[in-house]
Structures are given as structure tokens and as C-alpha cells.
Design a protein around this ligand. Structure first.
Ligand code: ADP
Ligand code: MG
Length: 450
């Protein structure tokens, strides 16, 4: 008789192993391994074979004979959300929206649900977190009341599926995936097994009934969707909210999109009437008149849009082990820039604490901010303000060279529109603007100029 195959699965990260372990080797969680039942193993097998059609007679065809899917997107009523989605909502798509608590996930999706209900689309909002009365209260605030918007406070997946099958909805919002549970699996709501089963079911509904479904997912402290990486692999589109809950700005960033590019970022403003498209981002991330020593301005590209941001540095004498800490900027990159300053400019930064902050809760991934970080550090170190009408742009290499940045002309145009006069830029060909450019190819030269 064949030996029974057993699989143990970590309920925190989804890692699978043929043996039980006290501590998951993938996410280091203790006592999270659970043995899967034979039903669950069968389900897993079905799932992995379902994406490729499971009928034995499916045959490969030359790509030239295949007709493309005709995608007709419709607008969500929010220009920013449409932008991140790649031009609007795709029917039959499954979209995951993640973010920390209070960032505005429910607010945004209820608003979108209201927008579409007004456009005569029948919308279902499933909430396992709040009562219908609570959602109604929010809907009043967002002006999302409409006869076509249906609320379902429910945590049982079967009940939700029953409702969807009985009515003809054109958009479904699930708030949140971690509160739904399926009776078919014994594990707790929010566990990997539950989330995977539910997502799989929702995917099947979205594809078979051609309804777009938005799922809200909570984020753990380390920034991943609670429990399941598996969830990200299964859905069509993954969007994450970024931003400081203390400021009114929120960024919605695409991480995965089967129907469009992922480099666009949606920018929203949180106010009494909910989360609305930011009218203009210009000037939101800096205050030109309040620049002090330790502040420098730069332009980063968020998708196709240039945004001027302020970077702040605090350099202060250290008592004991020198600290390096940054918010919104990569800590390793900060270490590299500091090492460079020590080596090339003989600054004794080893005896100083250095803190970096990007204002407005924005996370900078664009290497063109390097030069502004250096300028801010120097400004704080010398306790001397930088000129408030200058902008610093350039990626810094390990040798202290200033490298080209992409989209320089576009960035300079933004600088000009915002009324700045001067910019320190790398040696890159650009179109003529009215900005006085100081072209620098080396960090040491910029420092002399400052
Ligand atoms: N009456 C109100 N006026 C203004 N802002 C509010 C009001 N009520 C809630 N908010 C804002 O909405 C946020 C909650 O958003 P919500 O969509 O529930 O977040 P999430 O679903 O991501 O946890 C709060 O952080 C708060 O800033
Ligand atoms: Mg919520």
C-alpha cells in the first residue's frame, strides 16, 4: 500500500514542509505548522491545475491563431485610482488593496462603490468588520448613498457566494479578506489556508461571472499582507497604500498588475468628505518658506509625474555608538552615502548620529534623491541653511561621481513651474529651461559650491 503523503503548512507565511517543525524556517514563527487534511491537499492540487484548463484534450495552438481578449475597462469615478489600475476597472479582475489600519482602505472603496452605484451599476459591499449602521454613517459622510449600493455585513463565505449568485452585481467589495471564513476549512479566519480558499473562490466568481472584485487586506507590522504571500500570487492586481496617517496625503502604489504597468502612483487627500483625488500634488511635500538647516529639496518621479519633496537630515554629536536611522529612505543607502562623505570629504561622521526623514510620509525609491540627502546632511552638519530656491538632483555612485537621472527635462519643467530658480544637476543633455543649472559630475564639487 502506498504511504500516505502528509504536508505541514505554516499558518503565518504559507511555507510547506513534509515534516512538522516547531519553528517555521521561512518566517521564524513558532508553532505555526499545521498538518493539512487529505481534503485540503486535494484542494491544493485542484487549485494548481485549475489555472491551466484541466481537461485532458486541451491542445496548444500557434499564437497567431489566437484571438486576444477584448478588455473594456470602465472608470471608477476616481482619476487617481483609474491611473494606478492602468486606465480603469477591468471586468472579471480580482484586485487586492492593502494598507495599515486607518489609512483609508474602507473609505476609498466605499466611495468608489458609491460612484459606480450612481452610474447605475449594482454594487455589493461585504463587510466583516463593521455593522451596516457604521458603514451607513460613513456613506453619509462620503456622499455614497444610492439605491444601487447594497451592504452585506457577513463573515461566512458561503453566505456571500449565495448573495452574489442570487443577484446580478457589477462590482463587489470584500472588506476584509481576513474576516471572511469558509466552512470547508477548519482553520481560523485570517490563516493561510482560509485566505487561500477564499481568494480562490472569489477568483472563480470574478472570472466566471465577469464581475470585478476588490479585496481589502490588512498589513502586518513588517509591511506584508497579514498571513499570505500566496494571496499576492493569486490575484490580478495588488495595490498598497502608503502614507503617514498623521498627514492627509495617501499614496496608492501598484505592485502587480496583470492588465497594466505598475509604475503609476495614485495620490489622494484624506478630509472630512473622505479620500479624494489630490487636486494638485505640487507644494504638498515641502514648504519653501520654512526651510531650515538640514533641509534640501529634490524632484522624484512617481510614475510619470514629477514631485518636489523635502528631505531632512539631523546630524548631531553622538554619545557612544553612532546611530543611523532613516524614515522613507533606504538605511543601507544612507550608510553608503555617509561612508562616501567620510572618504571623499574627510568629514568625521563616525562620531555623529545621523537621522534622515522624508516629509509627508513618502517613501523614496528614486536614486536621484541621493544628492539632496548629501546636501541635507552637510547643511545640518555645518548648521547652515541651503538657498531656498535651489533643487538638488542626481544619483551618487560609490566613487562619488554624480550619475544621470531619467526624465531630467520633465523634472526641470516642474521645478520651473513651482517657481524655483536654481538646480544642481548631473551632466545630462536636456532641453532649454529658464532654470539656472549648476552642472556637477562629482560630489566634492557640489560641496565647494554650497
Ligand atoms: N468623521 C471623520 N472626519 C474625518 N476623517 C475621518 C472621520 N472618520 C474617520 N476619518 C478618517 O478615516 C480614517 C479611517 O479610514 P478607514 O477607511 O476606516 O481605514 P481602513 O479601512 O484602512 O482601516 C481614519 O484614520 C480617519 O483619519
Ligand atoms: Mg476598514
Amino acid at each position: 500500500m502506498a504511504k500516505k503523503k502528509t504536508i505541514f503548512e505554516c499558518q503565518s507565511c504559507g511555507f510547506q514542509s513534509p515534516r512538522w517543525m516547531g519553528k517555521c524556517t521561512s518566517c521564524n514563527e513558532w508553532e505555526s505548522m499545521v498538518e493539512l487534511s487529505t481534503d485540503q491537499i486535494k484542494f491544493l492540487k485542484e487549485m494548481s491545475s485549475s489555472s491551466s484548463s484541466s481537461t485532458a484534450i486541451s491542445k496548444a495552438k500557434p499564437i497567431t491563431q489566437i484571438e486576444e481578449d477584448n478588455i473594456t475597462r470602465f472608470t471608477s469615478g476616481s482619476i487617481e485610482l483609474d491611473l494606478v489600475l492602468g486606465g480603469g476597472i477591468v471586468p472579471g479582475s480580482l484586485t487586492l488593496i492593502g494598507g495599515s489600519p486607518g489609512v483609508g482602505k474602507s473609505t476609498l472603496l466605499l466611495k468608489i462603490a458609491g460612484n459606480l452605484a450612481r452610474e447605475k451599476k449594482k454594487v455589493l459591499y461585504v463587510s466583516g468588520e463593521e455593522s451596516a449602521g457604521q458603514i451607513k454613517l460613513r456613506a453619509n459622510r462620503l456622499d455614497a448613498n444610492h439605491d444601487n449600493l447594497y451592504l452585506l455585513p457577513e463573515i461566512s463565505l458561503n453566505a456571500v457566494i449565495g448573495e452574489i449568485n442570487n443577484q446580478s452585481y457589477e462590482l463587489i467589495v470584500i472588506d476584509s479578506i481576513q474576516t471572511l471564513y469558509s466552512d470547508d476549512t477548519p482553520s481560523a479566519p485570517g490563516s493561510v489556508t482560509q485566505v487561500r480558499t477564499i481568494t480562490f473562490e472569489l477568483m472563480r466568481i470574478a472570472k466566471s461571472l465577469h464581475i470585478p472584485i476588490f479585496i481589502i487586506g490588512h498589513i502586518t507590522k513588517d509591511g506584508s499582507i497579514a498571513g499570505p504571500r500566496v494571496l499576492e500570487h493569486m490575484v490580478d492586481t495588488v495595490l498598497y497604500f502608503e502614507g503617514d496617517t498623521n498627514s492627509e496625503l495617501r499614496l496608492l502604489r501598484g505592485f502587480k498588475n496583470r492588465f497594466g504597468a505598475t509604475n503609476e502612483v495614485g495620490i489622494f487627500e484624506m478630509n472630512k468628505e473622505g479620500l479624494n483625488d489630490a487636486k494638485s500634488m505640487a507644494g504638498k511635500f515641502f514648504d519653501k518658506d520654512k526651510l531650515q538647516s538640514g533641509s534640501a529639496l529634490t524632484v522624484i518621479m512617481e510614475g510619470s509625474r514629477p514631485i518636489i519633496i523635502e528631505v531632512q537630515a539631523l546630524v548631531s554629536e553622538s554619545y557612544g555608538h553612532a546611530k543611523r536611522s532613516s524614515t522613507g529612505f533606504d538605511n543601507n543607502r544612507l550608510g553608503m552615502l555617509l561612508a562616501l562623505l567620510e572618504k571623499k570629504l574627510d568629514l568625521p561622521l563616525g562620531t555623529y548620529d545621523v537621522f534622515i526623514n522624508i516629509s509627508g510620509g513618502i517613501k523614496v525609491n528614486d536614486p536621484s534623491a541621493d544628492l539632496a540627502i548629501i546636501a541635507a546632511i552637510l547643511s545640518s552638519y555645518r548648521n547652515r541653511e541651503l538657498s531656498s530656491d535651489s533643487i538638488f538632483l542626481g544619483e551618487v555612485s560609490l566613487t562619488g561621481e554624480i550619475r544621470e537621472v531619467s526624465g531630467l527635462t520633465q523634472r526641470l519643467k516642474e521645478i520651473e513651474t513651482q517657481g524655483f530658480k536654481k538646480a544642481v544637476i548631473p551632466n545630462t543633455p536636456q532641453e532649454k529651461t529658464n532654470i539656472k543649472c549648476f552642472v556637477a559630475d562629482e560630489v566634492a564639487k557640489v560641496v565647494e559650491w554650497m
